[in-house]
Design a protein around this ligand. Structure first.
Ligand SMILES: [Zn+2]
Length: 270
């Protein structure tokens, strides 16, 4: 089973929710939908899963390796787990709309599935399974990698969009943003957005920091560039409006740790 921990959260000086389950892999919200609270006190408990490679092969032994690669069979078990536990996938924009002004009501059990880097194996192996189980996902694309060997093509991106998947930006060249000049940071963050929007004809609302590397300046640039949400790799899944530029994720889906979805999926079968 998924470990449940309790925290006491205080936001803007107001006690919010005592003993709020942290990352329950369960309820999406800590707040009734009948009486929307102010944005400052709205909170969503939504696990955000991260995948990199999804392809056939043997499961890596190391935790780092498992964070970077899952087999299609493992990925399908994750989706079966979500389905069995009545999860519905949402987009980052749904989460933002809920947190900012309550204009979007989230399903009782919400989750976000995200893929980083734009590897072609995500399209070849994960995408068909997402469709099979009627889940959506967000694909964070490095604009400079599109149409290169082993990476998703422009045509595949259009097919993902046509199937109601979300495309987000993961910069132009996957640098460690905090090591760059402000000008280069802006180019990676804003120009990648413009390139993807021009190529695909949609608005790119979401961003993921390569290597999870960010600071206050970098996070501010994602807001200035017009992203509604940006995802880090720091742990946590109780999200507030203030978190939107630096959203946490609790689970690396390939991990075989105590809090992993992979473990939950195994236990669900046993
Ligand atoms: Zn990456």
């Amino acid at each position: 089973m998924i470990t449940r921990r309790s925290v006491t959260k205080v936001i803007l000086g107001a006690p919010l929710v005592a003993s709020l389950p942290l990352c329950t892999i369960g309820r999406a919200l800590a707040e009734p939908t009948k009486a929307p609270a102010a944005a400052a006190t709205r909170i969503a408990d939504v696990p955000i899963f991260i995948y990199h490679h999804t392809k056939p092969g043997s499961t890596p032994q190391s935790l780092t390796g498992q964070a970077m690669m899952v087999t299609p069979e493992t990925f399908e078990r994750h989706l079966q787990y979500l389905q069995a536990h009545r999860y519905q996938t949402i987009r980052f924009t749904d989460l933002a709309a809920f947190l900012l002004d309550g204009s979007k009501v989230l399903p009782e059990r919400s989750a976000i599935i995200s893929f980083d880097d734009g590897w072609e194996d995500q399209f070849l192996y994960a995408f068909p399974l997402l469709q099979k189980y009627q889940f959506s996902a967000t694909f964070f694309i490095v604009s400079g990698y599109v149409d290169h060997e082993n990476f998703i093509t422009s045509e595949q991106l259009r097919l993902l969009l046509a199937a109601n998947m979300e495309i987000g930006s993961h910069t132009r060249s996957h640098p460690t943003l905090t090591s760059l000049s402000a000008q280069r940071q802006w180019d990676e963050i804003a120009t990648s957005k413009a390139i993807l929007e021009e190529r695909l004809g949609v608005t790119i609302d979401s961003f993921a920091y390569p290597y999870g590397s960010y600071n206050a300046e970098v996070a501010a640039l994602t807001q200035r560039a017009g992203y509604r949400a940006a995802r880090t790799i720091r742990a946590g899944c109780n999200h507030t409006a203030a978190d939107l530029p630096t959203l946490a994720c609790e689970v690396f889906a390939g991990f075989v740790g105590r809090d992993s979805l992979a473990l939950a999926a195994r236990e669900a079968r046993s």
